[in-house]
Design a protein around this ligand. Sequence first.
Ligand code: NAP
Length: 250
Amino acid sequence: MSALSPSVPTALVTGGSRGIGRAIALTLARDGFQVLLTYVSRPEEAQETVDAIVREGGSARAEALNVGDGEAVSAFFAEQVKDKVRLAALVNNAGITKDGFLVRMKDEDFDRVLTINLRGAFLCTREAAKIMSKNRYGRIVNISSVVGQMGNAGQINYAAAKAGLLGLTKSCAKELAARNITVNAVAPGFIETDMTAGLADDVRAAYAEAIPLKRMGTAQEIADAVSFLVSDKAAYITGQVLGVNGGMYC
Ligand code: NAP
C-alpha cells in the first residue's frame, strides 16, 4: 500500500472503485488532491482507478472499507490519523440499491440500504469532522439522489436513505461551519453506471423521455459538480443541494 504525503491535501472518496466514485476520484486527482479511495468487493477495479490516476501523474491509494461497519470505519480513520493524512475533502459516494415495492419489501433490504447509504455517510462524516475540525478546514460532499427529492415507486428504502442524507447535510453544515468545514449534497438524476445498467431498454427509454434534456447523465457530469463544491470557488456555499439531473427535478 503506497503512502500518501502528509503535506498534500487528500480527498477521500468512498466507493471510488467504479462508476460515479471513479469519475470523482480521477477528477479530484486532476484538481491536485491526493486521492484515498475505498471499495468493498472489487479490489481490481479500485486498483484500476488508482493506476489511472498514477498514469496521469497523480497519487492515490485504495483501501477496502465497508462504510456500514462502524468498527471498520473507526479503524480506517484511526489509521489515517496515524499516517498524518491531511484530509481536506470527503465525498460520501458509496451506495447500493435493493429495490422492491413497499408491501413486499423485506426488513433486511430496508435496513441494508439505510445502513450503507445513510449510516455509512454519518459514520464517515463523524470521523472526518474530527480531523477537519483540528485543521480548521474541510469540504464534505454527500452523493444523494433525485429519488431522495421526488420519491420513486419501488425504491422506498433508497429514497428514504437519500432524503435522509439531505437532512444530514444541512445539519452538519450548521454544526461544522464554525470550523470552516462546508457540507453540501449533489443529487444526481439517472446516470449511466453499473447501478443503472440493469434497467430494461424500455424503462431506460421512458426515463430518458421524462428528462427535459432527453438523456441520462454521465459520471463525469457528477464529478464536475463535486469538483466545484470542494474547490475554493465554493467557499461560501454550505448546506446546499446541487441537482445534476437534466432538469428532471427543479
Ligand atoms: P455503482 O457503479 O454501483 O458503484 C457503487 C460503489 O459503491 C462501488 O465503488 C462499490 O464498491 C461501493 N460500495 C458498495 N457498497 C459499499 C459498502 N458497503 N461500503 C463501501 N463501498 C461500497 O454506483 P454508482 O451509480 O456509481 O453510484 C454512486 C453513488 O451515486 C451512490 O451513492 C448512488 O446511490 C448515487 N447515485 C447514482 C445514480 C445513478 O443513476 N447511477 C443516481 C443518483 C445517485 P465495489 O466496487 O467494491 O463494489
